[in-house]
Design a protein around this ligand. Structure first.
Ligand code: PGA
Ligand code: ZN
Length: 401
C-alpha cells in the first residue's frame, strides 16, 4: 500500500488529556483512522508518549521517504517505523505517534481489502493459532468500583472487576454487565448520603470504603442478589506499583512486605470464592513478590501489567520464571501493532492467559476488541459499561454476534 497523506489531529481522551488521532490516506483514497489512548498508572517501561507538536515534527521529518515507499503488509510498515525511531523506548518518534500510525495503516489496509480489522489481524498475525484450545469469545472484565490513582478515595487497590463469562449471546452478556453495574451502584449509594455517585477514571464508582475488601463483598452480594452466580466471577487489579515505596507496600495504614501482602490476597481469595484473578499484585520492581503471590494462590490468574508492559521479552521471562500466568495487553505500552501481536503470541505459546485492555484515558477507538477477536483472547478489559467506554461494549456485541 502506498501512502498519499497523513493527518494528525490533537484530540482529548476521557480524562481530558491531549492525545492523537491519525488519519492515513492511501493512494487510492482509502482511509484508516486511529485514536491513541493514554494511561495514568503507567509502567515505567512503557513506550514514550510525546507531545502533539513533537509528533507533528517527527512525522514531517519522514513523510517524504514514506510517500516513496510501497508497504506490502502491516509488519513491513511497523518495521519501517521501528527503524526510523531506533530507540528502545520509542522517544524519537513517540510511542503514541507510532501506535496511531500503525493502527491507521492496518485500518486503511483492511478497508482496501474490504475486511474487518480483526480479519486482517487474523490473516497477518494469528493465522497459525490453534483454535481448538481457545475460547470462542472473550470474557468481559468490567471495572465497577475504582480506587488507587483512578479515584480520589482511600482504596489502595485500583480496580474491582466483574468478570462476565461468555454465556448467552453477546448482547445478553453486555446487558447483564449493565444490570450488575446498576445494582452495585444502588448498593454503593446506600452507604452514602450522595444522590449522584462520583465515578473514577474508568467509569467505576469511586467512594471511600472501610477496607479494601469491602468493594469485593459488595459486588459479590450484587451478583448473588441478581442470581448471576453462574455468569460472573470477580477480579482485582491492585496496580501495586502505585503503593510501593522503599520496599514496602503502604496498605491500610500498614507497611507490608511482599509476603504479608500475599497473605492479604490469600485472605481475599479465601473469603470471596468467586475471585479468580489478580493483576499487578506487586510492584513492577518486585518481581519476586509476584512469585510469592503465585505460590500462595496456585489456582488464581496472576496477571502482569506494569510488570510486563506488552513487551514480548519481559512476558517470556516472567512466564518462564513462573511469576505470572497471564498478561494484560495494551498496545500503547509497546507502540506498534506488530509488537503487540508478538507479545500476545509469546504469551499464548506458553499457555498463559491474554487479556486485551483499554487504558484509563480512553477514546472511542475500538481496535482492542478486534485484536481480542483475532487472537482469540481469554478476556477483554474495558471498564464500566457507561459513557465513553460503551463504544467497546457495543463493538463487542457487533463483532462477536
Ligand atoms: P492506566 O492503568 O491508568 O495506566 O490505563 C490501568 C491498569 O492498570 O490496568
Ligand atoms: Zn493494571
Amino acid at each position: 500500500m502506498k501512502i498519499k497523506n497523513i493527518i494528525l489531529t490533537k484530540i482529548f481522551d476521557s480524562r481530558g488529556e491531549p492525545t492523537l488521532e491519525v488519519t492515513l490516506i492511501a493512494y487510492d483514497g482509502t482511509r484508516g483512522v486511529a485514536q491513541v489512548p493514554s494511561g495514568k498508572s503507567r509502567g515505567s517501561n512503557e513506550a514514550s508518549v510525546v507531545p502533539f507538536d513533537h509528533a507533528k515534527r517527527a512525522l514531517a521529518g519522514f513523510m517524504p521517504i514514506m510517500r516513496r515507499m510501497n508497504f506490502a503488509s502491516p509488519m513491513v510498515f511497523d518495521k519501517f517505523l521501528i527503524a526510523r525511531d531506533a530507540t528502545p523506548d520509542k522517544h524519537r518518534l513517540g510511542g503514541n505517534l507510532m501506535l496511531g500510525l500503525s493502527f491507521a495503516f492496518a485500518r486503511a489496509m483492511a478497508a482496501e481489502k474490504k475486511q474487518e480489522l480483526w480479519e486482517l489481524l487474523e490473516e497477518y498475525y494469528f493465522s497459525t493459532k490453534s483454535m481448538a484450545s481457545r475460547p470462542a469469545r472473550p470474557m468481559i472484565f468490567s471495572n465497577l468500583i475504582n480506587g488507587g490513582v483512578h479515584a480520589a478515595t482511600n482504596l489502595a487497590i485500583q480496580e474491582y472487576i466483574a468478570v462476565a463469562k461468555p454465556i448467552g449471546t453477546p448482547t445478553e452478556m453486555v446487558a447483564s454487565v449493565i444490570e450488575l453495574y446498576r445494582e452495585v451502584g444502588n448498593a454503593v449509594r446506600r452507604r452514602t448520603k450522595l444522590r449522584r455517585l462520583p465515578l473514577g477514571d474508568e467509569g467505576g464508582y469511586a467512594i471511600d470504603f472501610q477496607s479494601n475488601i469491602v468493594p469485593l463483598e459488595i459486588i459479590a452480594a450484587s451478583i448473588k442478589k441478581l442470581r448471576f452466580d453462574n455468569t460472573f466471577s470477580l477480579a482485582i487489579d491492585a496496580a501495586a506499583s502505585e503503593f510501593f515505596k522503599n520496599n514496602k507496600y503502604y496498605f491500610e495504614d500498614k507497611q507490608l512486605s511482599s509476603a504479608e501482602l500475599a497473605e492479604v490476597y490469600g485472605s481475599y481469595f479465601h473469603r470471596i470464592p468467586s475471585l479468580m484473578s489478580v493483576e499487578d499484585p506487586c510492584s513492577e520492581n518486585d518481581a519476586k513478590g509476584f512469585g510469592l503471590v503465585h505460590a500462595r494462590l496456585s489456582d488464581a490468574w496472576i496477571i502482569g501489567d506494569d510488570l510486563t508492559v506488552t513487551n514480548a521479552d519481559r512476558i517470556a521471562r516472567y512466564i518462564d520464571d513462573g511469576l505470572i500466568t497471564g498478561v494484560i495487553i495494551k498496545p500503547n505500552q509497546i507502540g506498534t501493532l506488530s509488537e503487540t501481536c508478538e507479545a500476545i503470541a509469546t504469551a499464548q505459546k506458553r499457555g498463559a492467559r491474554v487479556i486485551v485492555s483499554h487504558r484509563s484515558g480512553e477514546t472511542e477507538d475500538t481496535a482492542i476488541i478486534h485484536i481480542a477477536k483475532a487472537c482469540a483472547a481469554d478476556a477483554v478489559k474495558i471498564g464500566a459499561p457507561a459513557h465513553e467506554r460503551l463504544s467497546k461494549f457495543n463493538e463487542y456485541i457487533r463483532i462477536f454476534s
